[in-house]
Design a protein around this ligand. Structure first.
Ligand SMILES: Cc1cc2nc3c(=O)[nH]c(=O)nc-3n(C[C@H](O)[C@H](O)[C@H](O)COP(=O)(O)OP(=O)(O)OC[C@H]3O[C@@H](n4cnc5c(N)ncnc54)[C@H](O)[C@@H]3O)c2cc1C
Length: 312
């Protein structure tokens, strides 16, 4: 075992408020239920924890690391040879201030929406049912029904793990696009201020239930990471339709299957591995390029064994 792994308990563990685990199984942290062990998994309970991790990473510049939220948009390998940095309970609190909701990045998006409704605040109900954390949703500008989380965001607080500084960004300072923001990959988002609209609680609850039932009817129930590909330009063509037209629905590699319900979902029907999913992705991309001329681009984040995601 390399030195940094052997010493991490002493060099980092003793300073952290949050949990530090060696060999954590990533399948348990992802909606895909795919992924073997990560060398180190740490949970951040405070900005101080973020400072301590950043110091450790600066002292060990060759150690790969990656930020993980709710794990609903990621595909892990059999072994991740680095540090996975995840928000813990201390960075998952939900608070209210006038018509604003202040959410810790680790809070589940649906919990934030429901809690806001209980405070008679609405306006982000269209996001109900998008799984994962509010931090992950913000990082990827999660959206549904032609609307985006960016519509509700006032302020983002983060800690840059590479530059070791806190950052506060107003909505207008962020570039938002389809499933994308220009936030640096090294920025650990730890808190988001959401500006919502006062609405009767029953109206919010009704809208949440309506959106949730619509989603349940549409999304496959097997483990997945959501849509695999972003829709190509121009936006009137969906990746799902192209894949469906090529007859991929039901196509299976190992335990990874192109969903018979929604062609842009590759579902895990048993013990799929990252390699199974990637092989199917390659087949689909090749076929779509040959037949329609589109270069499909992955929406899911593919985590490689020694990938460093913090250079952005
Ligand atoms: C069944 C299903 C349906 C889905 N439907 C939709 C949909 O309708 N619309 C949609 O937009 N998405 C959808 N998704 C995809 C996914 O749920 C969203 O992208 C979600 O917002 C990801 O959040 P997460 O916390 O799980 O992020 P993760 O999967 O944990 O991470 C995704 C990316 O965000 C980064 N990240 C996560 N947390 C932070 C943080 N605190 N600070 C900095 N970076 C961070 C990670 O490093 C990674 O690059 C769906 C997924 C599933 C499984």
């Amino acid at each position: 075992m390399e030195d940094w792994r052997r010493d991490i308990g002493k060099s980092l563990g003793t300073y952290l408020e949050g949990k530090l685990a060696m060999g954590e199984e990533m399948a348990a942290h992802t909606s895909y239920r795919i992924g073997g062990s990560a060398d180190v998994f740490v949970e951040m309970e405070s900005v101080e924890d973020l400072q301590n991790v950043a110091r450790f990473l600066a002292e060990h510049p060759k150690v790969p690391w990656q930020i993980l939220g709710g794990g609903t948009n990621v595909l892990y390998p059999e072994h991740y040879r680095g540090v996975v940095i995840h928000p813990g309970k201390g960075l998952s609190k939900i608070k209210k201030k006038e018509d604003r909701v202040i959410a810790g990045a680790g809070a589940e998006l649906l919990e934030v929406i429901k809690q806001a409704a209980e405070w008679s605040l609405g306006g982000m109900d269209f996001l109900a049912g998008i799984p994962g954390s509010v931090g992950g949703a913000l990082k990827g500008n999660a959206g549904a029904f032609g609307r985006w989380i960016s519509e509700c965001v006032e302020l983002v607080r983060g800690f840059d793990l590479a530059e070791r500084v806190e950052r506060e960004l107003k909505n207008q300072e962020i570039e938002w696009s389809y499933r994308k923001t220009n936030l640096r990959a090294a920025l650990f988002i730890y808190e988001i201020v959401l500006k919502l609209e006062p609405r009767p609680i029953m109206e919010c609850m009704h809208e949440i239930s309506r959106v949730l039932s619509e989603r349940m009817a549409k999304n496959p129930s097997e483990p997945s990471a959501g849509c695999v590909f972003v829709n190509p330009e121009p936006p009137d063509v969906t990746a799902g339709r192209l894949i469906d037209e090529l007859g991929f629905k039901g196509r299976r590699i190992g335990d990874a299957m192109c969903s018979p319900q929604h062609a842009n979902f590759i579902v895990n029907v048993g013990k799929a591995t990252q390699a199974d999913v990637l092989t199917l992705i390659t087949e689909i991309k090749k076929a779509v390029k040959e037949r329609f001329g589109y270069d499909l681009v992955e929406e899911i984040k593919i985590i490689r064994e020694t990938m460093e995601e913090h250079n952005g």
